[in-house]
Ligand binder design. Structure first.
Ligand code: AMP
Ligand code: GLY
Length: 420
């Protein structure tokens, strides 16, 4: 098969890395890819949101499967255009992608279909939001309605903080005030073909930029899988309360959803609650999930794109995986770019470095974005995976590099224990 991966981040690198190992994958392209992806796929200079360019390339190269990484092209209908041109694609159409593209749509969808989620008030304007300032108590979460790459969410502790959060997000369109949920987060991803869902292993990512969950929200500073507190009981509850209800809701609303459904959940004292849906693989969750997949991922992705998921199963290796993101100085607000990266060739063999924002300049790899490298390792225990990942970090350098030192700290569980 000839496969095209759309995107240029660590998630797309992890997907290409895994699919490169498939005997089914003949030619593998990435649009536009990055310096790391270029090691396992042919990068073509087409931007991820250049819909006509991606459709034209897929048709002219008779691509057998397009895997869309980022949400932006999906919300703009890339998958619809590809399907209309007869190209097989993993990713929902624009109607399904609203589950990520609009937080108010998602809230309404959850209410319509009885999916547990935080209480919320949708506000058409900043003035309306300020009118509801104390209605949900404090702390309260202020969210921009549309896509914001994980940066459109502010947890506000008191009235003054709500006011400034509303001011900061007011230019972005509709706002949502949401009840603050205490608990531990968990990313539950499913392959979904509109009729069936196949769960991926639970993963946990770290949203805040600094150790101890301090500082602003980011796209993700690291991840690990398995998740000790999302064992079989939680996964069954998620199947009943989320996956089954989403499937019923999609059918009810005539949404033909063939792609990844990512439920960002909070494990609360009152059960699982959905914080958000994403319409794609998580980043950096994919960097810890792909190394744990036992066997070939291509058949499952193809079955999902074809609507043949029923009976498909994905196996998971009894290993833990940890990914630590090295980010640029200034991330997430204003990341510096253009720094030379050294030491990539000194990384131990049991570590995989997934590239995010990198580009090649002559013989050098340079930083080209906020999340630069996802340094990833597996191990028999989480502690071992973590130790290896941080050993990898120790080998790599670029000016202003920042990373969290507490990713997967104190997670002693093994994958085997997770299933018992
Ligand atoms: P979202 O994009 O909606 O997932 O929000 C990004 C991050 O903000 C989440 O991963 C949580 O860490 C935090 N967050 C969002 N909503 C809530 C909530 N209702 N209660 C507590 N934390 C939240
Ligand atoms: N890791 C969060 C996301 O992919 O949205």
């Amino acid at each position: 098969m000839d496969i095209l991966v759309v995107g240029s981040g660590g998630r797309e690198h992890a997907l290409c890395w895994k699919m490169r190992q498939s005997p089914l994958a003949k030619r593998l392209w990435a649009a536009p890819g990055n310096a790391g992806i270029a090691q396992c796929a042919r990068c073509v200079p087409i931007a991820a949101n250049d819909t006509p360019g991606i459709v034209a390339f897929s048709v002219s190269h008779a691509v057998d499967l397009v895997v869309v990484g980022p949400e932006d092209p999906l919300t703009k209908g890339l998958a619809d255009h590809l399907r209309a041109a007869g190209v097989r694609v993993l990713g929902p159409g624009a109607d399904g992608a609203r589950l990520e593209g609009s937080k108010t749509f998602t809230k309404d969808f959850c209410h319509r279909h009885g999916i547990p989620t935080a209480r919320a008030i949708a506000c058409a304007s900043a003035a309306e939001a300020l009118g509801h300032l104390g209605d949900l108590g404090f702390p309260v979460v202020v969210k921009a309605d549309g896509l914001a790459a994980g940066k459109g969410v502010i947890v506000a502790a008191n009235r003054e903080e709500v006011q400034s959060a509303v001011e900061r997000l007011s230019g972005t369109g509709h706002l949502l005030l949401e009840e603050f949920l205490a608990g531990r987060e968990c990313s539950l991803l499913y392959l979904c073909d509109g009729h069936a869902m196949v769960p991926l292993a639970p993963a946990r990512d770290y949203k805040r930029v600094d150790d101890g969950d301090r500082g602003p929200n980011t796209g993700g500073m690291g991840a690990y899988s398995p998740v000790p507190d999302a064992g079989p009981d939680v996964q069954r509850e998620a199947g009943r309360q989320i996956a089954q209800k989403v499937l019923a809701g999609l059918a009810d609303e005539h949404i033909d959803y063939r792609g990844v459904l990512y439920a960002g959940c909070m494990l609360t004292g009152d059960g699982l609650k959905v914080l958000e849906f994403n319409c794609r693989f998580g980043d950096p969750e994919t960097q810890v999930l792909m190394p744990r997949v036992d066997g070939d991922i291509v058949p499952a992705l193809t079955a999902c794109a074809d609507g043949r998921l029923d009976g498909v199963r994905i196996g998971w290796r009894d290993e833990a995986a940890v990914c630590v993101q090295m980010v640029s100085r200034g991330y997430p607000a204003a990341p510096e770019t253009g720094m030379m990266i050294t030491g990539l060739e000194d990384v131990p063999e049991d570590v995989v470095v997934f590239h995010g924002g990198t580009r090649r300049e002559n013989d050098h790899v340079m930083t080209a974005g906020g999340r630069v490298l996802g340094v990833t390792a597996c191990g028999a225990t989480m502690a071992q995976a973590r130790e290896r990942a941080y050993a990898g970090i120790g080998a790599v350098r670029f000016e202003g590099a920042h990373w969290r030192t507490d990713i997967a700290a104190q997670q002693g569980v093994t994958a085997k224990e997770e299933r018992q």
